[in-house]
Design a protein around this ligand. Structure first.
Ligand SMILES: Nc1ncnc2c1ncn2[C@@H]1O[C@H](COP(=O)(O)OP(=O)(O)OP(=O)(O)O)[C@@H](O)[C@H]1O
Length: 303
């Protein structure tokens, strides 16, 4: 369990994290989402005791990280996969960490096997691709077999097979009863990865709910209607307060009325329809709508 309470971090006049409060429960993969600069990495670093909060607290299994004697056996984390000594081999890197955390050697072999790096373990990390470095970062997080795991943008640089593997791994770790927190700035990465979401923007909490609840927000759903009498249908639904946008030959995009009501109106007025399809807004769109007021940088605008 991770508990963040009124957590705040200021850098001079910049408030990176502002009175953030949330709980991450075991047994779930929790997505930690927010646009670039929202404060995700700063929050993760405070949970890990790497940054000191200006105020508030962050605890893991009820204790602040710096008070915990078990190190990597307490929390495993992947923060920046490229921040490793390029001259060492993956094996040497993991074995050094294992020794200093009193982790038995066989766990080095096990995690290398788990992440698919067993055959590359003796090669210099400097020659690794970004995807291989991400796998090594995940191996490092798993090394101490910890009950709580944090991953900052772990899908960066992974190929599609790697993404599928990571999703399966996270689900398995959660099913084992561990607490798994995964950050991303892309909803599309989280919708098949996480079952719980914490959404932040400009350092503040925007939403903490299940993916199902998030999807049910259903902002911006519209209906695509095809007919050979588009003008008559457009006039009809507009008279019932719908918004209509032509969408190609004989096709209208209608917002503000549901498909059942549009079908009923068309039937009553003798307008034949050849298509009537509800298009729910994508989760990505719902995420963008939700965080629109909290985006620090936006194309074509100065701050
Ligand atoms: N060491 C620092 N000194 C000054 N400002 C900082 C520092 N670290 C972070 N910030 C600022 O704090 C805010 C939050 O940054 P943070 O890296 O935590 O966001 P993020 O959500 O992880 O973003 P990204 O998805 O781009 O990694 C940003 O405005 C950033 O510029």
């Amino acid at each position: 369990m991770i508990e963040v309470n009124e957590l705040t971090k200021r850098y001079g006049s910049t408030t990176a994290v502002n009175a953030l409060t949330f709980t991450v429960r075991p047994g779930h993969v929790t997505g930690f989402l927010g646009p670039n600069g929202a404060g995700k990495s700063t929050t993760l670093r405070m949970i890990l005791g790497l940054n000191r909060p200006t105020s508030g607290t962050a605890t893991v299994s009820g204790r602040q990280f710096r008070d915990h004697p078990r190190g990597l056996r307490h929390v495993g984390a992947l923060l920046d996969a490229t921040a490793v000594h390029g001259g060492r081999s993956a094996y040497a890197h993991l074995w050094a960490l294992a020794r200093s955390n009193r982790i038995p050697r066989h766990q080095v072999d096990e995690v290398l096997q788990e992440v698919g790096l067993a055959n590359a373990a003796r090669r210099r990390i400097g020659g690794y691709s970004l995807g291989m470095k991400q796998r090594l970062g995940i191996a490092t997080a798993l090394l101490g077999d910890p009950p709580v795991l944090l991953f900052d943008e772990p899908l960066n640089g992974l190929d599609p097979e790697g993404v599928l593997w990571v999703r399966g791994l996270f689900r398995r770790l959660a099913a084992e009863g561990r607490t798994v927190l995964v950050s991303s700035h892309l909803m599309s990465e989280m919708e098949n990865t996480a079952d719980q979401l914490i959404v932040i923007g400009r350092g503040e909490l925007i939403a903490a709910e299940s993916l199902t609840e998030f999807a049910a927000r259903g902002t911006g759903a519209s209906v695509t209607v095809r007919t050979h009498e588009p003008d008559a249908l457009a006039a009809l639904v507009t008279a019932h307060d719908a918004l209509v946008r032509p969408d190609g030959e004989g096709t209208l995009n209608v917002a503000g009325l549901n498909a059942a009501r549009i079908g009923e109106l068309a039937f009553q007025h003798g307008i034949p329809l050849s298509e009537l399809t509800t298009r729910s807004a994508s989760l990505e769109q719902a995420f963008m709508d939700l965080t629109a007021d909290h985006v620090e940088y936006r194309a074509g605008e100065s701050r």
